[in-house]
Structure formats: C-alpha cells, structure tokens
Design a protein around this ligand. Structure first.
Ligand code: PLP
Length: 427
C-alpha cells in the first residue's frame, strides 16, 4: 500500500545518516526521514504511532526514498575510487515489487533462484542486467535459468558439470560462466553470518580445486568470464580488513586465471556491507571500502560487481508492534509484543542486534534492562535480551528499526500468525 507524499519532516537532520557519525546525531539512528520530533517517532514525516493505530500491527513502514539514497551513496563512492562497476541489488533481501520499482532505474539484480530471476524480469530488468549466484541448483532450476540470457556464477565443480550437461540435453549454445571462490577467510556481523573461514562451508570452490573446476568448464566448452566471492553478511566498519583479506585471496585466483588466458571481465565482490544496529556499532566507511577494492584490482582490466542487499534495504523500514505484556519473571523483565519471529527473524536466526524505539517516547532515556519477546510459541522467539530500553506500558507502540532487509522477505505464517502489512511512504 502506498500513501501520498508527506509533509517535510522538520525534525530531520540535514545530512544523511550514514554521512554523519552516530555521536553527532540525537538519537543516534536519526536521519532524513527518520527522527524523534517532539519526542515522537516520525518516518517520512508521518507519526509512526498514528500509522499503527490507523492500520494495525504488525506493520512495516518503508521510506521509499531511502533505497535511492543508499544506492546513490554507494555508487558515488565506487565512482570516486575510479572503479568500473556494476551494482546489483540482492533481490533476496526484499523482493517486494514496490521496492524493486524504486531500484529499477538505479541498479541491476543479483538473483539466487529461478523465482528471483522471474521476479526481476517481471519488474522490468533485462536478462543482461541479472547476475545469478545460487547454490545447489537442480536440473529443474537450470532448465528455467538457461531459458534466459542471465549470467550464472557457479559455486561447485559438480554445478559446472551439471550446467554443461543441461546445455547439451536442452540443445542450447555454450555460454560464459563465473566461478564462486571460497576465500577461506570470512567477514560477517558474527560467526552465523560469515560464509567462509576455517570451518568448511557449502559456498564456493576452494583454491585447491580451482584447476578441477577450470578443467570441467573446459570439457563443456564454457568460457570463464567472472570470478565471484561473498565472504559473509552484515560486517561493519571493523570488518573491512577481513573483507579485504578475503578479497585478496580471490584476486590472486583471478590474476592466475587471467594469466592462463581466461577472458575474465568481472570480479564480483559480493554483498555483505552491514548497517549499524546500535549506537556503538561503526558504519562502514564507503570511501575506504571502495579504496580497498581499487587497491586489490589495481592493474586489472575488469569491472567490479557488487551485490548489496542489506546496505540498500536494511535501514529503509521500521516494523511496528504493540506491547501486550510487561511482566517480571525470575528477575528478568519481559516485554511481550504482538509480532513474532515469523515477521522478524533477525535475532532468532542470526542473533542480529536490533534497536527498539517507543514511538511515543522516541528519545526518552533507556532506564531498564529487558528481554523483548514475540507471540510465537517458542522460547527462542526473542528480539533482544538484557536490552537497555525506555520504560513501556502495555498498549504502547514500539518500532523495530532496520526492518527493510530480510524481514518481510523471510516472513512466514508459522503458528498461523499472518504476514505483516507493508506501507510505502514518500517524502
Ligand atoms: C551471493 C550473495 N550475494 C549477495 C548477498 C547479499 O548479502 P547482503 O544482504 O549481506 O549484502 C548474499 C546474501 O546472502 C549472497 O549470498
């Protein structure tokens, strides 16, 4: 659902949230379009609690303009570093057509399934603008993907072989592929979100088997034109060194493939750029990020692929919920909400930190430590533990920030709790 243009937000700071240090803003999470105005939370110039009372909870509210701001900020940093780049939105983070309509003029698409490719095509992207990096593709998946001129990066030798066999079986011409490399070094918000490292993971071809992957591609006459890496998700300012270390290993593979005569035209550095969830978390310095990539690809004649999900989507939305229980149990104060992990699985699955704001007391001091729980019948259905929170009463409306990436996309009707409605605001 879309609402008409809202009045200007008088309380919003003039400079983009990611362009200012959190300690220069109050509250730290405020940005154009998200602010505490006379103590009340406003998004895109609208009173958040008023929208909850009007539309009910749970309710996602998106600030449509924020997608554009995020994409433009990233593209500007890559431009400033002199990189030839192809930015693609990781559609898995938010496949809502309303979101895709905003991003369509700005970026390409990173897809990870046939369904995502079909969604992107439906929403106006051409096949040439879509890059597929999936895992464990079946013949049925490939039969859909190979029907479109999308570019496919493969993350296992067996997948290279399978794609070659499917082309033959379907009588289709040969096509260029990419290889996803496992750098054996990870970068992520925490260990749940690091996709490579010392422990073997399911993603990518390890350095010791690249020759085998190359031989398999050659046997099927599939030119290798792309090298891909995605080391993990949600990493912040202090993760940039880990990201660069992972990249360095993959660039070494890329240089070797180029030296061996492979027509590499793109190094895809994946997504993974995180967005701070709490005041003490440090945003990624985009200029430093772009400079790290530029340093690594120096002297190589190729484009840099970049496929952020969270960086473009995460801070575009809030999720509103009503407080239905406030009760002490065995020394812990529990705040119970009318939402569950079925609409916000960040903490349940990834142990991702989240900030909760009381809509009617958005900049009030955080005076108590609480555990925030949901309405799904599982003990793990929590949103925060030992969390410093403003005092709340039953009936209050609270906002979970950073709800624009992987919340709506991963929603389910577990316990037959319904999906949340989504409102899209313009400012
Ligand atoms: C291959 C690939 N690219 C991009 C992304 C997007 O990651 P993020 O949302 O952390 O930027 C993912 C996420 O899992 C991924 O697996």
């Amino acid at each position: 659902m879309t609402l008409d243009a809202a009045p200007a937000n008088p309380g919003a700071p003039a400079v983009g949230g990611s362009d200012r240090r959190p300690d220069e803003r109050h509250p730290w999470w405020s940005r154009p379009g998200l602010a505490a105005v006379a103590g009340r939370l406003e998004i895109a110039g609208r009173d958040a609690e008023g929208l909850a009372r009007e539309h009910g909870t749970p309710l996602f509210i998106y600030d449509r303009r924020r997608f554009r701001d995020n994409a433009e900020r990233l593209i500007a940093a890559l431009d400033a570093a002199g990189l030839r780049h192809r930015v693609r939105f990781a559609l898995k983070s938010n496949p809502d057509p309303e979101v895709l309509a905003v991003l369509r003029p700005l970026v390409g698409i990173d897809a990870c399934s046939p369904g995502e490719v079909l969604r992107a095509l439906d929403c106006g992207w051409t096949a040439a603008e879509i890059s597929v990096t999936a895992t464990n593709l079946s013949d049925r998946d490939l039969d859909v993907l190979l029907g479109h001129a999308v570019h496919i990066n493969l993350d296992a030798i067996s997948q290279v072989d399978r794609l070659g066999r499917r082309l033959t079986a379907l009588g289709l011409p040969r096509r260029s592929i990419g290889l996803r490399i496992n750098p054996e070094a990870g970068a992520g918000y925490n260990e749940k979100l690091a996709y490579s490292g010392e422990r073997p993971t399911k993603f990518g071809i390890y350095a010791d088997r690249v020759d085998e992957a190359v031989a398999t591609a050659a046997r099927h006459r599939l030119p290798i034109d792309t090298v891909h890496v995605h080391a993990g998700s949600g990493w912040l300012g202090d993760g940039l060194g880990s990201f660069e270390a992972a990249l360095e290993r993959v660039v070494a593979v890329t240089r070797r493939l180029i030296a061996e005569g492979h027509p590499i035209i793109e190094l895809n550095v994946g997504g993974g750029l995180g967005v701070p969830a709490r005041a003490d978390e440090q945003a990624v310095d985009l200029d430093a990020y772009a400079a790290a990539i530029a340093r690594q690809v120096a002297g190589l004649d190729l484009a840099v692929g970049c496929e952020p999900g969270d960086y473009l989507a995460k801070d575009t939305a809030i999720l509103l919920a009503e407080v239905v229980t406030v009760e002490e149990r065995a020394g812990t104060e529990f705040v119970g909400l009318d939402i569950g992990w079925n609409v916000n699985c960040s903490y349940f699955i990834y142990k991702y930190a989240q900030e909760l704001v009381v809509c009617g007391a958005a900049d009030a001091p955080r005076s108590r430590r609480v555990t925030i729980a949901g309405h799904i019948n599982e003990a793990g259905d929590l949103f925060a533990e030992d969390y410093p929170m403003t005092a709340v009463d039953e009936g209050d409306i609270v906002a979970l920030l950073n709800a624009g990436g992987y919340h709506q996309a991963m929603s389910s009707t577990h316990c037959l709790r319904p999906h949340a409605e989504a409102l899209f605001l313009d400012r």
